[in-house]
Design a protein around this ligand. Sequence first.
Ligand code: GLN
Length: 496
Amino acid sequence: MTTLQDIQTFEGKYPKQLWYLFLVEMWERFCFYGMRGVLTIFMADKILGLSFSDREANLKYGAIQAFVYAFTFLGGIFADKILGYKKSLTFGAIIMILGNILIAISPQELFFLGISLSIIGTGFFKPNISSMVGDLYKEGDSRRDAGFGLFYSGINIGALLGGAVCVYLGTSKDFGWSYSFLSAAVVMIIGLVTFLFIKKSLGPIGDSPMLNLEPKKRIFNEIAVYIGALLSIPLIFTMIKNTDYTDYFMYSVGPLAIVYFIFETTKAKETAVRQKLIAALIFIIFSIIFWAFFEQSGGSLALFAQNNLCDSLLFFHINPNIVNNTANSLFVIVFSPILGLIWLALAKRNLEPNTVIKFGLGFLFLAAAFWVFYYTRFFADAKGITSLNIFTLAYLIITFGELCLSPIGLSIITKLSPKNLGGMMMGMWFLASAYGQYVAGLLGAGMSSPDESASIITKLQGYTDGYYQLAVYALIAGIILIGIYSLIRKLMQEVK
Ligand code: GLN
């Protein structure tokens, strides 16, 4: 039987279990990003899809995205209190598979039911796999950030493959939407089977927190969670069908999460534990701002790519939308392990920047990237068509920002959370992404010209003005973060 000690005293750069979790998460992200890639086009497809107007399809897309991330908070809590990470992950994967199979059977009729299942499934899956990665490391092990960096490459390989395969199958004349959703179900089955195979190697990591209870009682609680999750399907179904409810949901879930956070924090006996939780909350709040800007990629930057970019990249021609959809994942896959190794090399020389600095750097890169998006206006021709090269350069810079914040954020949440709240805190980290997505939509709508038939040059001005402002706000956020450096460091105690 593998013990925690066996796992955490690994030699080399990465524990072997990290590679296993990497593979499982890769398939889950294939499924998630594949679904995300086809959502809007499927809903707006007038013949084989749901025939929604573009506006309605976009609103529903935003709602579904927000719900997916919001449910990670509940998934995290149930994993902490009742299921443990392993069971939670298995349950989530099964529900995601069922959701995709349902849609594949009849995309037009079963879409909303299937997507409700995907929302619940991802909620039980997503936060808990990241928490398990954190458990592979001992407190204070300086290899943790690099491990999350590698894990993050797995996320993006899945994202890239899923986006490409599902969009290809869905939009191809020879296949169609059913195949697209079926492929997501198939890879998720691969992910689940992989997890069931490697589960043993995780030893006690992710076991039920109720192992000390009588089996009967424990099983009763577990079944209650499963049934409760299934019973919530009609509720989610109704809320995504009517987009107005999304607003109410977003207004209430965040405050409720904060109230619950305060409840759990005040319950913690040691001051040090409480302070670490508050530090985690500060990182989570900053991440909302980061994602709200970053997620322009799915909204305003996609429209900008469609309207205002030429199609020549370095020495070849390419559809700017493909660049918009893939550049970030490709850059992450290449640079995430490299940055991880740089962190390790710096740690060896005692020069590794701590998390506050890394977050601050994340915002500075974000600001620089939006400044470059703004700067594209100076490369425009008379019609308002500008350089794809400069646009791609901005994506390279924003990716470095993401790498300083997103994998590092996962890592710091696992460092700052006490054992019994790991899932909930990871859920809160992703809940921040839900708000980021939500605010991103609002920002994007604010930037777009009210007149859809405006000239290309007016659109260029509208978007680049917006990007300039985002650059300024990102810079201010970075400065504030670095300004409260010593406060956060104090709250973090010994954690770096
Ligand atoms: N791209 C990353 C993932 O899919 C981060 C997503 C997020 O937190 N917004 O896990």
